[in-house]
Design a protein around this ligand. Structure first.
Ligand code: ZN
Length: 684
């Protein structure tokens, strides 16, 4: 493993933070923490932690020894000084004299000794950092180290590789007991560069940030070198059938099966992320995947993200859709049954009875394709997929030089149901549309862009479709969080199908569609060119049908219902003079909405429409507003607020109506009017 230490970068980082009033020690700590955090073979998603022992002044001007240690919720890759809360060191050191200390007392004591009470909670591994005497301490869950220690002869192999350079600490759950055991191992031989924590990870330390960091790189390199030697080939491939269902069709089936039905038609869905590549395929396509994939996690704190084992499908699962549905159902049933049994077995063993977590898998292996990570959000699913990828890499290496072994299920259960570990997942109520995937056509501007933002604010995953992909990208970028922008011409059925396949591949499926793209054509109906009328019907009617039909295909594959929302117009209810080319297809789209509500209610699919009028958008631009208001001899503002309420209606108001209809679980075939009040256009 290459060292990324750069004297120049170290100096400039230090200069920057010192000029902001932070100490040199803390600046150095930030610099190498980031170096470690940016190497995924060392640190993944909040795993690992670092510390520095330094001093600070209290309110009375006294110099106080403190430990600045990574706070929970911070990722080392982009850590700031605020992510390394300072804890008074002397009280922490006194704890070592105790024989026992509960987790709750430990956490409370750490909090009590924070210099700034508003700091994040110090890491659960704080005491381990405190009990070792070194100024700088680095801790990672390096893949290569785990491939070595997670072997049946893990400690002998570790001795062979690191000799007396590293102390060996047997597996103990993180917390007070581990901190004491690690400090005892160090005390027996203070010449070591660091500690190998079997089945967990590695600590290195030094007098400077650079020394601790370089020792980490050196120790991990020794492990990597050993993994390159005397390798046997892994794994023997299974006989895979030739034809496979495309991944965009596999994902909705998987996603639908892993959704938990709740009372009253509610459903807790998952977001799904797909990963593949040479190493992943070699692993998931292996004949013995049912053995090596089911041994367990590579380091215990992955359990809260991935559960102990992935679900896997048989080699012939993806030949036919019916076969896939059956295989997913069967594998899932076994996974869930096994999880319940695991919970019952271990819950009986522990003193304080636990509340069982949901039994759904977080990683699914599909031969012929790759791996799928599942989670409550795009981020959670990506974390599960990243960890699964690292797991595959570490297990492949472990099997290449021996046989991968893991801790017993009791140790993994203790971590999975450890309150301190669960706290890492964050509590609180989920946003109303969390776990739902929303497609918005014409999402690059106007009502579509406002709707995309409104759905994102409710926690949904967003796909913005537009013929102007540049504007779609801007909307997606403003939303952030992995929102997708796609180039889609809704009048072209092939383009629509392709976009839906891309959304499925990106998130796992589709739950809500806002069919919004449209444009206005004018002309007196007795004289208008047939081509104009047909052109308008293509966009203002047939395109809605293309979008709705593609959505229904995905929703039926998921089997968890869905919502179709159409942007109709005032024209659908109250035609405007010389506006037939626009109003006629919009009227047909209103009928289309009702037809979907009727034909697909049995599939749990709701269909509703929003009837909006006089919104400042690309359709009704400044120039048009000027012309219309001038024609009526009134000001632009009076024209825009020429409704019963006398208030201008904005794109955001229309967006809220779409959100409302998406949430109204007992409403279908409805039209919501958003026009500030217009009796002539009111539904009767
Ligand atoms: Zn750790």
């Amino acid at each position: 493993m290459k060292s990324f230490w750069s004297e120049k970068d170290a100096k400039s980082t230090t200069r920057r933070y010192v000029s902001k009033g932070f100490s040199r020690d803390l600046s150095h700590r930030v610099y190498t923490s980031r170096l470690l955090g940016r190497e995924p073979r060392l640190v993944l998603h909040g795993g690992g932690n670092t510390s520095v022992k330094t001093t600070t002044n209290d309110l009375f001007g006294n110099v106080v020894d403190v430990l600045c240690v990574k706070g929970s919720g911070w990722d080392m890759a982009d850590i700031e000084p605020a992510g390394l809360p300072a804890v008074r060191l002397d009280p922490l050191l006194q704890l070592r004299t105790l024989d026992v200390l509960s987790d709750e007392d430990m956490v409370n004591f750490q909090k009590l000794n924070l210099i700034d009470s508003g700091s994040p909670n110090p890491s659960v591994e704080t005491l381990l950092h405190a009990f070792l005497p070194h100024k700088f301490i680095d801790h990672t869950h390096a893949n290569a180290v785990l491939s070595i220690t997670n072997q049946r002869n893990g400690s002998a192999l570790s001795r062979e590789i690191w000799g007396s350079r590293m102390g060996l600490v047997p597996y103990i759950m993180p917390g007070f007991t581990l901190a004491k055991a690690a400090a005892d191992v160090y005390d027996k031989d203070p010449t070591v560069d660091g500690l190998i924590l079997l089945n967990h990870g590695i600590f290195t330390f030094g007098a400077t940030a650079r020394e601790a960091y370089e020792r980490m790189i050196a120790a991990v390199t020794l492990a990597e070198n050993r993994l390159k030697r005397r390798r046997k080939r892994v794994f023997v491939g299974a006989r895979l059938p030739r034809s496979t269902i495309p991944v965009s069709e596999v994902m909705p089936i998987l996603r639908g099966a892993c959704a938990l039905s709740e009372e009253d038609g509610r459903c807790r869905r998952m977001i799904v992320k797909f990963r593949t590549g040479r190493e992943i395929r070699n692993y998931v396509d292996g004949k013995d995947v049912g053995r090596y994939s089911q041994v367990g996690v590579i380091t215990p704190d992955h359990t809260i993200r991935t559960k102990n084992t992935p679900m896997f499908l048989p080699a012939d699962a993806t030949v036919t859709v019916e076969g896939l549905v059956a295989a997913v159902g069967k594998s899932l049933e076994k996974f869930v049954t096994d999880y319940h049994a695991y919970f019952r077995r271990n819950n009986k063993r522990v003193a304080n009875s636990k509340q069982e977590l949901d039994a759904m898998p977080r990683v699914v292996l599909v031969p012929g394709h790759g791996l799928f990570g599942l989670g409550a959000s795009s981020t959670a699913a990506s974390i599960a997929a990243d960890i699964a990828e690292a797991t595959i890499s570490a297990i492949s290496d472990a099997e290449a030089i021996g046989r991968f072994a893991c801790l017993g299920e009791a140790d993994l259960f203790d971590i999975e149901y450890w309150s301190l570990e669960q706290a890492k997942l964050g509590k609180g109520v989920e946003a109303p549309l969390a776990r739902q995937i929303v497609v918005i056509t014409g999402g690059g501007s106007g009502i579509g862009a406002a709707t995309a933002a409104a759905f994102a604010a409710q926690g949904a995953e967003i796909a913005v479709l537009d013929t102007n992909v540049g504007s779609a990208r801007n909307v997606a970028a403003a939303i952030g969080g992995g929102a997708l922008a796609l180039d889609c011409d809704v009048t072209d059925q092939t383009s629509v199908k392709k976009s839906f396949a891309q959304v499925c591949t990106a998130f796992g499926g589709v739950d809500i569609v806002v069919s919004n793209a449209g444009a206005a054509w004018q002309g007196r109906v007795g004289e208008v060119d047939n081509a104009i009328l047909r052109q308008s019907f293509e966009l203002n009617f047939f395109a809605h049908q293309h979008v709705a039909q593609a959505a229904v295909g995905v929703m039926k594959a998921q089997g968890t219902g869905g919502v179709l929302l159409f942007n109709t117009s005032k024209q659908a209810i109250n035609p405007g003079r010389d506006f037939g080319p626009y109003g006629l297809p919009k009227t047909a789209t209103l009928a289309l909405m009702r037809q979907y509500a009727l034909d697909h209610a049995a599939d749990g699919i709701r269909a509703n429409a929003v009837n909006a009028d006089r919104i400042r958008t690309g359709l009704l631009n400044e120039k048009m507003i000027e012309a219309r208001s001038a024609a009526r001899g009134i000001g632009k503002q009076s024209y825009m607020s020429g409704n019963l309420l006398g208030r201008e209606v904005k794109a955001e108001d229309v967006a809220q109506a779409f959100v409302y209809l998406a949430l109204a679980r007992k409403t279908t075939a409805a039209v919501v009017t958003v026009d500030g009040g217009n009796m002539a256009a009111a539904l009767r």
